[in-house]
Write a protein that binds this ligand. Structure first.
Ligand code: SAM
Ligand code: DTB
Ligand code: SF4
Length: 329
């Protein structure tokens, strides 16, 4: 990395948006030591490898979702243990956000089990949540389903840092996981977010029963976005009883590591987030994810509706790995 006179860093590696599946396959399939070496090299060019950003999730509206995403415990199409709820009161969200900030989180992600954003009381309340959380000095991310340009602009005006909307998997496997909306719907929402000047948080899920080619297809789609999503969450499927994917074969942790390393190589400047599914990974597998270039994790007892590792266990893990929280920029 070179540093110019005003202190801004100029990177030698040019960001590419034209990776072909063939090229990505060659990256992904390398012997693991070579894959991790390239991922580490790029990681170090753009990021401090000893720092990880702590994010915290909050489900502000849980369950009863009209979409049929096969992985999701919040879909109304399946019978799961998730209880439906209305929108959380703004004060409750603020209490949660303040606690999260005190525990080291610098980003709060609020999720709602909606197909899409609709104008009205609930959206006004979400805008108020965004305004108030951003005043705490935290990055604020929302994941509220599809939205249009006007709604994206209103979120931007409220102070939203990022909007999370995942492509989840390859275009050709997508239809086997979700039938109630298509890939183009997702891309349209991402374009509206980008146009409003909100940063994009977009990634996917590994372990859905997809093929290697589907993981490569997802990574190709993500890397073709211009600019790259600033934030790329890589989730390992949390298999939830009652969903169609409850009995899908368990994910090989090294497949997860390879996916993260390839994401890091294709999108070196982005935050690559080790997202859902950490509970099923050993401490050593998580260490490999960080070596592969992940630089963020979710802290706290819960993800949206499913458990996350215990905070004490996470603290011990980070201590053993010598990783420090990334302070607010
Ligand atoms: N309803 C909104 C949407 O789908 O855009 C926002 C919330 S939704 C829960 C956000 C993301 O969580 C999904 O796109 C999916 O990638 C991830 N997700 C949901 N259930 C999951 C599970 N069981 N395991 C891993 N990731 C999951
Ligand atoms: C993302 O990619 N992962 C987060 C966030 N975006 C909203 C959600 C994970 C949800 C895991 C299942 C649950 O707890 O309900
Ligand atoms: Fe609804 Fe989002 Fe779950 Fe799909 S992932 S069922 S859109 S909450």
């Amino acid at each position: 990395m070179t540093v110019n006179r005003i202190g801004a860093s100029a990177h030698n590696t040019e960001l590419r948006h034209d990776w072909s599946r063939e090229e990505i396959r060659n990256v992904y399939r390398q012997p693991l030591p070579n894959l991790l070496y390239s991922a580490q090299t790029l990681h170090r060019e753009f990021h401090d490898p000893t720092r990880v950003q702590f994010c915290q999730l909050l489900s502000v509206k849980t369950g009863g979702c009209p979409e049929d995403c096969a992985y999701c415990p919040q879909s109304a199409h399946y019978t799961t243990e998730v209880n439906r709820g209305g929108l959380l009161p703004v004060d409750e969200v603020m209490e949660f956000a303040t606690r999260a900030r005190n525990e080291g989180a610098t980003r709060l992600c609020m999720g709602a089990a909606w197909r899409n954003v609709q104008e009205g009381e609930d959206f006004e309340a979400v805008l108020e949540m965004v305004r108030r959380v951003s005043k705490l000095g935290m990055e604020v991310c929302c994941s509220l389903g599809m939205l249009n340009e006007t709604q994206a602009e209103r979120l931007a005006d409220a102070g939203l840092t990022a909007y999370n909307h995942n492509l989840d998997t390859s275009p050709e496997f997508y239809g086997q996981i979700i039938t109630t909306r298509n890939y183009d719907d997702r891309l349209r929402t991402l374009a509206a977010v980008r146009k409003a000047g909100v940063t994009v948080c977009c990634g996917g899920i590994v372990g859905l029963g997809e093929s290697e080619n589907d993981r490569i297809g997802l990574l190709q789609q993500l890397s073709a976005l211009r600019p790259h999503p600033e934030s790329v969450p890589i989730n390992a499927l949390v298999r939830v009883a009652g969903t169609p994917l409850e009995n899908v074969e368990g994910l090989d942790p090294l497949v997860f590591v390879r996916t993260i390393a390839t994401a890091r190589i294709l999108m070196p400047a982005s935050m690559v987030r080790l997202s859902a599914g950490r509970r099923a990974l050993s401490r050593e597998a998580v260490a490999l994810c960080f070596l592969a270039g992940a630089n963020s994790l979710f802290i706290g007892e819960k993800l949206l509706t499913t458990p996350n590792p215990e905070p004490e266990q996470d603290a011990a893990m980070l201590q053993a790995l010598g990783l420090e929280p990334l302070p607010l920029r």
